[in-house]
Ligand binder design. Structure first.
Ligand SMILES: *Cc1c(COP(=O)(O)O)cnc(C)c1O
Length: 225
């Protein structure tokens, strides 16, 4: 299947999921995750109508960006080592993996503008997953008010790689609950209106549960490497 066909499929799944949950499909943004594909393939996603690209490693990210001149919203979705912040921070529109104060400090030091950040939460509690404990999110977000280069636009999670729909749904619901709790604080630096959740295997459930950004690699652009 072509990327155009994949995208059509994804749009139609989003449409259905929004119908179920009485949401507006326009409130769901697709991020094409291009970490497994070439620059050419990433370009095809752009021609097909995607405006957001996501990468999870600094090398891949900087390389793609240096070759792609189209107007793109760039998302950094992988975990960031503090010492790599200075290399990428000037190049990203959204960071999906803010999960510690030391990283916030480094962003504050290295950025000359406000970075839209998602706080990454390890909702499922898997040891292999990055992100903070759900119980620490609120205090963490409150502390971020000290860093005026950081705007908390929302929360992000990676669900476990399983087929158990009920368990996935529970993870997404929990993230949404946390997001609403933070939003209710009405913090100027943390509007926290967005939910970055849902990947190739689980985005339909994520959209039903309120995702506003879905990060799709394999089922949109495939896997070449
Ligand atoms: C790779 C990756 C994705 C996309 O995964 P697919 O299963 O290929 O859709 C989404 N989010 C993060 C953080 C990733 O690292």
């Amino acid at each position: 299947m072509s990327i155009e066909d994949n995208l059509k499929n994804i749009h139609s799944n989003i449409y259905e999921a929004c119908k179920v949950s009485k949401r507006n499909p326009n409130d769901v943004t697709i991020i094409a995750v291009t970490k497994y594909v070439s620059i050419n393939t990433a370009r095809q996603a752009l021609s097909a109508g995607v405006h957001h690209l996501g990468e999870n490693r600094d090398e891949g990210f900087l390389h793609k960006q240096s070759e792609i001149t189209e107007n793109v919203n760039w998302h950094f979705i992988g975990s960031v080592q503090s010492r790599k912040v200075k290399e990428i921070i000037g190049h990203i529109d959204y960071l999906h993996s803010l999960d510690r104060i030391s990283l916030a400090k480094e962003i504050q030091k290295r950025s000359d503008r406000i970075i839209k950040c998602f706080v990454q939460v390890n909702v499922s509690g898997e040891h292999s997953k990055h992100g903070m404990n759900p119980g620490d999110v609120q205090t963490f977000v409150e502390k971020l008010s000290q860093y005026d280069r950081i705007k908390v636009v929302g929360l992000m999670t990676m669900a476990p790689h399983i087929d158990d729909e009920a368990r996935l749904r529970k993870v997404f619901r929990e993230l949404k609950q946390l997001q609403q709790n933070v939003q209710a604080l009405k913090l100027e630096h943390a509007p926290c209106t967005e939910l970055s959740m849902g990947m190739s295997n689980d985005y339909t459930i994520a959209v039903e549960e309120g995702a506003t950004f879905i990060r799709i690699g394999t089922s949109l652009v495939g896997k070449e490497m």
